[in-house]
Design a protein around this ligand. Structure first.
Ligand SMILES: Nc1nc2c(ncn2[C@@H]2O[C@H](COP(=O)(O)OP(=O)(O)OP(=O)(O)O)[C@@H](O)[C@H]2O)c(=O)[nH]1
Ligand SMILES: [Mg+2]
Length: 380
């Protein structure tokens, strides 16, 4: 598949439709986050348009009047792309693109674009290609002839068989990719089963919370860290000694984000399965972020979506650089009594975190209740 050429910077206008009753803070945050996503994907943000609607317009999401306004803004700001925070369906995307004469993307497409730029390992590349193709399949260009049939669900339009033909190669490639990914997953599962002599602890959490920095701080590893969303797509696992007698395998994972498309979650299944099968999850959040509760809620929702809701977990409030007097920690401690505050950057709180992991695994992990296995492993 030809990826869109993003070597030159595109100027974009962000668009958000706010529905009646939506939480004002959450939608404002979502728009800010869209701006960061756009910049990470290589776009410059040249303006914003927010519209309040009772419900999105079926044809263009924003309705004819706003389309005109948006076209004027895009022309005035010399923008060549429009990025919509809400999910567009095939018809809305087609109509908006046609009316505006610029490239139109929604949140999912921007995330896909970032993933395509970031994927390094063969597995991550396959996962991203699968996600893009599945997205493309949903968005197979809506031709004008098809549009005429919109709303007449039982009418078989002339475009339909043509469409089926166009879909065939896509579907074949999707099946091929799924098979390749399943084979990789099987190999990993058998290797994982052999290696599973130590408890597995997975770092999960909102993107940019500091998971990779924490892995590096605890394991002396060199995972890629960046102040960008979705810096990590290729997961790393490292051995970490928590005490002279307790070792764990600590793994990094791809970050979570609000409205993470289900298709993407499914494509990163093998990566996220590592979290679902872990003995303990460290749910890492950026405590300095003002609406951290929203991020915690997104994390818990995503854990449920990947079937990891029953894995024991510890909440780790990262970026408490001010130590015990850190304002974020002081603000949150009452709300999350079991949480551990740390600063992966300064190292503050890491010893407490290690002790908490040991205590948690002593209770829940079968491996640590087998002294013979432990001493055998220690001799290796
Ligand atoms: N101030 C401060 N910044 C931190 C801390 N830990 C991480 N960061 C910064 O936060 C940014 C994101 O860190 P990463 O470790 O890449 O975050 P991540 O959770 O792995 O992010 P993704 O892989 O994108 O999901 C980087 O700029 C880090 O330097 C911390 O304890 N304090
Ligand atoms: Mg990372």
């Amino acid at each position: 598949m030809k990826l869109h050429d993003t070597r030159h910077v595109e100027r974009s206008i962000l668009v958000q439709v706010v529905r009646f009753g939506e939480d004002a803070l959450q939608v404002a945050d979502s728009l800010l986050e869209l701006g960061r996503l756009a910049e990470t994907a290589g776009f410059e943000v040249a303006g914003e348009l927010v519209q309040n609607r009772i419900k999105p317009d079926g044809g263009t999401m924003i309705g004819a009047g706003k389309v005109e306004e948006l076209r004027a803004i895009a022309a005035h700001r010399e923008a060549n792309a429009v990025i919509v925070d809400n999910d567009l369906d095939a018809i809305q995307s087609f109509n908006l693109g046609k009316a505006l004469g610029v490239r139109v993307l929604d949140r999912t497409e921007v995330i896909l674009e970032i993933f395509a730029r970031r994927a390094r390992s063969a597995e991550a590349k396959l996962q991203v290609e699968l996600a893009r193709l599945q997205f493309q399949l949903k968005r197979i260009p809506v031709t004008e002839s098809q549009q005429r049939f919109k709303g007449k669900a039982n009418v078989r339009g002339p475009g339909e068989s043509h469409l089926q033909l166009r879909n065939e190669p896509l579907k074949r490639r999707i099946n091929e990719l799924k098979k390749k990914l399943a084979a990789i997953q099987e190999r990993q599962a058998s290797r994982g089963a052999e290696k599973r002599e130590w408890p597995v602890v997975s770092l999960v959490g909102y993107t940019n919370a500091g998971k990779s920095t924490l892995l590096n701080a605890l394991a002396g590893a060199e995972a890629y860290v960046d102040d960008k969303l979705f810096a990590t797509l290729d997961t790393k696992t490292r051995k970490v000694w928590l005490s002279p007698t307790h070792q764990i395998l600590l793994s990094d994972t791809v970050g979570f984000i609000r409205n993470l498309p289900h298709g993407l979650v499914a494509c990163f299944k093998s990566t996220l399965d590592m979290a679902a099968q872990a003995d303990l999850l460290l749910v890492v959040v950026d405590a300095a972020y003002p609406h951290v509760q929203d991020h915690i809620a997104v994390c818990l929702g995503t854990l449920e979506a990947i079937g990891a809701q029953d894995v024991p977990r510890l909440l780790v409030l990262n970026k408490c650089d001010g130590g015990a007097r850190d304002p974020a920690w002081m603000r949150l401690t009452g709300h999350h009594p079991g949480a551990i505050a740390v600063s992966a950057r300064t190292g503050w709180g890491l010893d407490t975190l290690k002790r908490a992991i040991v205590a948690e695994l002593r209770q829940s992990c079968r491996l640590w209740n087998l002294p013979a296995a432990l001493s055998r492993n220690r001799l290796r």
